[in-house]
Structures are given as structure tokens and as C-alpha cells.
Unconditional design. Structure first.
Ligand code: UDX
Ligand code: ADP
Length: 465
């Protein structure tokens, strides 16, 4: 078996594969890393001259791409060649929730993982370490192992080959991915092959202190990723449920968060109230956990985790309802400005963004929407609504604006959905003349300093207050 890793391949050039390989390339100059993807447009964009238009927006990413691309970091569509030359292959493909068949709505669709494993099985040469990085259900490594050991695939090109499979879940959060990758709380490596574990660990040791690199068996590693996300999501649902109590009792959720977060046993992170969690992981991972519980007949445990998801949707429905109520019970033909469409600030990712469902509710109530986001592309927002809305008249109710001012023109209410820094700096006195009276602001992220806004001009609803 090889004693040193010289060539790494990463299958999947998305939000996980792109930034995580960029950071390994940045920290390990003697390793050649090639990120491959079946999506040719994506690879073209990763290789494009305009670093402001990379497929993934992450603070700090373009600087690393500028430094490493073409030096020891490459983006390519050549799966076969890259796989055959690699000592270690990371699988970072997407694993969306299945929408039909067994486990529909809960289980993850592993077709992209399976396809990647088949490609590795076909094209790899010599001994190859295969590392699962995608968020996956527990026991996926087993599937990968089984595919890799399938004799038929091996015989296809008759090469002597062997594999070790490791689980190395990624804990980066979008918007802070580069910092999370450079300064991880821990690196988790699951597997049985101690030499393979050691080789992967050595890569991280280039910048991560050894005591932060922990090893477990494969299943603990896979399960830990789901559980970490489930616990984080649970905190958000907990504080969001309390936001509703605050609104009814006169308490302020920001004060409650601060007060409880100072208890070191609770901790201050992940207690920010909002319109519910979005992103590609939390919902999917809790659904995976629920699916797992049901499979093992752990009905009560499944029900427990289901509740985290119900509170999340309830929070979104609650916000839509409050908007309608405040605007005299009807928003039909009224214009609502939606500021922010990504699921959180500092990312262009819209997967499971709470803005999507709230916008759909408002459209259902007959409103016209002006949507503005500083990083999400117009075509992406259009793609989402073209898929979700079948009725052409409803699609016409959505207008995607190029600036905050344009989005606020003739608007009855402004709905802040994402905590972008730009929105904290809005000069509200300049916005007021553009709007219709009475002018409302709904702040679902608690970013406004409401004392500084003229209450003679604006009615303000701020979540959890
Ligand atoms: C999450 C995990 O944090 C990360 O470790 C894992 O690898 C992937 O899933 P991500 O979804 O990118 O990362 O972002 P995160 O910062 O966790 O936010 C998720 C959602 O929770 C966002 O919609 C965010 O707005 C919301 N959130 C987060 C809150 O509403 N309140 C908080 O206090 C924190
Ligand atoms: P994540 O957030 O998990 O990174 P993304 O959807 O952003 O998810 O990225 C996953 C990437 O994996 C996509 O760009 C997709 O085209 C790519 N992909 C999926 N299946 C394959 C495959 N079999 N071979 C190569 N790339 C793949």
C-alpha cells in the first residue's frame, strides 16, 4: 500500500467539494488535487477568469482559488483519467431526499453516491482510499464497499485493484466555510484500516492540531454527522418556539437567548431566532435520522425528531400569517418586498431557504412580490418558482429586483428574510418615500435597530419581541 498521498481526486465540485479541496490544496502544496464533476458548466465556471462568478460564493474562497488553481488544484470533467491517477478519492456528490419509491420524503437518494462508487470501481488502479465526505445515511460506507468489491466492475479493465473506505464527514457551514475548514473544531475519521486512517490524518495534520483529529468506527462517524446536525437544528427549533411565547408575553427572545446562553452548560451559539432553518443539511439529516429510527422500530425516537421539523415549518407558517393579519387581513394585490433569498447570509445557496415557503404562502394569498438578494442569481430564483408554481399568473406576480431601492418601489411591506450585512445598513428614511402607506417592515432575523427607525413612518414587526 502507498505510504504517501500525492494525487487526490474529489468527485463533486459543489458547496462541499469545491471549498474543502481548495483548503487542502492551499495547505498541502505537494499534493495534486483534481475536482471532477459531471456538470460541464460548473467546471467551466470553476475554471473561469471571473473569480467573482465561481459556482460557490464563500468569503475567502476566491483568494485561495487564485493562489492554487492551475498550480496544485485543478477542476476537470475527466473522471476516468483523474480516478485512475488518484491515491485517494473523496466523494462529495449531492444526496437529496428521495421524492419517490421506498423511503420517499425521508431517505436520501444515493444514486449519485452509487454512480461515483461504480466509476471508482471501474477506473481506479492499484490501491485507492475512498473517503465519503457527502452527508449520507448511516451504513452508506457499506454500500460503497460492496460496489467497490464487485468482481464484474473489476474485470472490466482487468487491473489489479484494492480499496479502503473511510468516512470523513464535513462539518463546514456555508458562509463561513473557509474559516471552518481552516480552523475546524474537530476532524472525524471513521474506518477500520489504520494505515488509510493514518494517511488521511497526515493530510489534516498539515494545519489541524493532532488532538482535534479523532477516529471512530465507520458507523459512529456516519451517525455523528447526522446527530451533530440534528442537535444544531434542535436548538434553532427550541429558540424559535420560545420566540412565539415572547411575542405573547412581552419577553424579548434576544434577551432570553443571551440570558440562557451565558450558562456555560447551554452555550451562546446557535440560539439566534429566525424564520426557521434552511440549507441542504438540517432537514435532510433529521429526515434520515427519522427514517433510520423507523427502520429499527424506534417509533418514539422518530416522533421526537419529527417535532424539530414541525416547529420549523410552523415558524414559517406563523410568519406568513402574521404578515397577512397586520396588513388588515388581506394582501391580495398588495406588494411585498422580500429582502434576501439565500437560506442564510454570505452564501448564494437557496436550498431549503425559508424564503421559498414564505414567498409561496404570500403568493397564495394574492400578493405581488419584489425579491432582492445580493448574491442569488435572478435565474436561480426564477428556476425555483417555475418549478414550484404551475400557474403562469402566479409566476407573473414575482418580480426579481436588482437593488434594495428597486425592490421597495410602491411596496406595502418589507420582509427581511436573510441577515445580509447590506440590509443592516439600509437608510430607512430614504426608503420610506418609495413605499405606500401604511409602510410595514417585518424583520424575521432581528437585524434592525428599531429604536433608530422613525415609528411615525414605519410600522415594525420584529420576531420574538
Ligand atoms: C450546517 C452545519 O452547521 C454544518 O456543521 C454542517 O456541515 C452543514 O449544515 P449550514 O446549513 O451551511 O451548516 O449553515 P448553519 O450556519 O448551520 O445554518 C443553518 C440554518 O440555521 C440557516 O438557515 C441559519 O439561518 C439557521 N440558524 C443558524 C438560525 O436560525 N439560528 C442560529 O442561531 C443558527
Ligand atoms: P453539496 O452541498 O453536498 O456539495 P452540491 O449539489 O453543491 O452538493 O454539489 C454536488 C456536486 O456533485 C454537483 O455539482 C453534481 O453535479 C456533482 N455530481 C453528482 N453526481 C456526480 C457524479 N457521479 N460524478 C461527478 N459529479 C457528480
Amino acid at each position: 500500500m502507498k505510504k504517501i498521498i500525492k494525487n487526490i481526486c474529489c468527485i463533486g465540485a459543489g458547496y462541499v467539494g469545491g471549498p474543502s479541496m481548495a483548503v487542502i490544496a492551499h495547505k498541502c502544496k505537494d499534493i495534486k488535487i483534481t475536482v471532477v464533476d459531471i456538470n460541464e458548466e460548473k467546471i467551466k465556471a470553476w475554471n473561469g477568469d471571473d473569480l467573482n462568478n465561481l459556482p460557490v460564493f464563500e468569503p475567502g474562497l476566491k483568494e485561495i482559488i487564485r493562489e492554487c488553481r492551475g498550480v496544485n488544484l485543478f477542476f476537470s470533467n475527466e473522471l476516468k483519467k483523474t480516478i485512475s491517477e488518484s491515491d485517494m478519492i473523496f466523494i462529495s456528490v449531492n444526496t437529496p431526499t428521495k421524492n419517490k419509491g421506498i423511503g420517499a420524503g425521508k431517505a436520501s437518494d444515493l444514486k449519485y453516491i452509487e454512480l461515483s462508487a461504480r466509476e471508482i470501481s471501474k477506473y481506479a488502479e492499484g490501491h485507492t482510499i475512498v473517503v465519503e465526505k457527502s452527508t449520507i445515511p448511516v451504513k452508506t460506507a457499506q454500500t460503497i464497499k460492496e460496489i467497490l468489491s464487485s468482481q464484474k466492475e473489476k474485470e472490466l479493465n482487468n487491473k489489479n485493484k484494492s480499496f479502503s473506505v473511510l468516512s470523513n464527514p464535513e462539518f463546514l457551514a456555508e458562509g463561513t466555510a473557509i474559516n471552518d475548514l481552516l480552523n475546524p473544531d474537530r476532524i472525524l475519521i471513521g474506518g477500520e484500516d489504520s494505515l488509510a486512517i493514518d494517511l488521511l490524518s497526515k493530510i489534516y495534520e498539515n494545519w489541524v492540531p493532532e488532538k482535534k483529529i479523532i477516529t471512530t468506527n465507520l458507523w459512529s462517524s456516519e451517525l455523528s454527522k447526522l446527530v451533530a446536525n440534528a442537535f444544531l437544528a434542535q436548538r434553532i427549533s427550541s429558540i424559535n418556539s420560545i420566540s412565539a411565547i415572547c411575542e405573547s408575553t412581552g419577553a424579548d427572545v434576544a434577551e432570553v437567548s443571551k440570558a440562557i446562553g451565558m450558562d456555560s452548560r447551554i452555550g451562546k451559539n446557535f440560539l439566534k431566532v429566525g424564520p426557521g432553518f434552511g440549507g441542504s443539511c438540517f432537514k435532510k439529516d433529521i429526515l434520515n435520522l427519522i427514517y433510520l429510527c423507523e427502520k429499527f422500530n424506534l417509533v418514539e425516537v422518530a416522533k421526537y425528531w419529527e417535532q424539530i421539523l414541525s416547529i420549523n415549518s410552523w415558524q414559517q407558517k406563523r410568519i406568513s400569517k402574521i404578515i397577512v393579519e397586520k396588513l388588515f387581513g388581506t394582501i391580495s394585490e398588495k406588494t411585498i418586498t422580500v429582502l434576501g433569498f439565500s437560506f442564510k447570509a454570505n452564501t448564494n445557496d437557496t436550498r431549503e431557504s425559508p424564503a421559498i415557503d414564505i414567498c409561496l404562502d404570500l403568493i397564495e394569498e394574492g400578493a405581488n412580490l419584489n425579491i432582492y438578494d445580493p448574491k442569488v442569481e435572478k435565474q436561480e430564483i426564477e428556476r425555483i418558482f417555475n418549478k414550484k408554481l404551475k400557474n403562469k399568473i402566479e409566476i407573473k406576480k414575482i418580480n426579481i429586483s436588482g437593488s434594495v431601492k428597486e425592490a421597495c418601489l410602491n411596496s406595502d411591506a418589507i420582509l427581511i428574510m436573510t441577515e445580509w450585512e447590506d440590509f443592516r445598513e439600509i437608510e430607512w428614511d430614504k426608503i420610506y418615500p418609495l413605499m405606500r402607506d401604511p409602510s410595514w417592515i417585518f424583520d424575521t432575523r432581528r437585524i434592525l435597530n428599531i429604536e433608530s427607525i422613525d415609528h411615525n413612518k414605519f410600522n415594525i414587526w420584529s420576531i420574538g419581541r
